[in-house]
Design a protein. Structure first.
Length: 133
């Protein structure tokens, strides 16, 4: 079975998943209910990111990743990594991402990393010229 995430942020096993949903990557122990309750990540925030990503242009094929401490990261289908960090100020971070992609639609082809932990001071790490995405 596949691991899925409900809108409420609850991890469950599914036989199949709907097309067009963002993929997630969570700590392996998160699918064990008794362990998921004591981990440092917030399933509801992860669900919120997945829902919001469907409304942001240029985020197709993105994998939403959360580590065991709760830090959120978006791995684009073209090799860019967008670091959101902790779930605090998540709306602000996602709005900043949407604004950047709206103003500069091709930016993910140019950057290796976009750090939005502090959305007012977004930091971009450019790709090395000639490197593959």
């Amino acid at each position: 079975p596949l691991v899925a995430l409900s809108r409420e942020g609850i991890v469950y096993h599914a036989e199949r998943l709907s097309a067009g949903l963002p993929r997630i990557k969570i700590p392996a122990s998160a699918s064990a209910p008794h362990l998921a309750l004591c981990l440092g990540w917030d399933g509801q925030s992860l669900s919120q990111v997945c829902t919001r990503l469907r409304t942001i242009e240029h985020m197709e094929n993105t994998v939403v990743e959360v580590d065991s401490r709760g830090a959120l990261c978006l791995n684009s289908g073209i090799g860019s990594r967008i670091i959101l960090g902790p779930s605090e100020r998540l709306d602000e971070k996602l709005e900043k991402l949407a604004a950047i992609l709206r103003d500069r639609p091709g930016i993910l082809l140019q950057v290796k990393e976009l750090n939005l932990i502090s959305p007012a001071q977004a930091v971009m790490v450019r790709r090395v010229q000639g490197a593959k995405p």
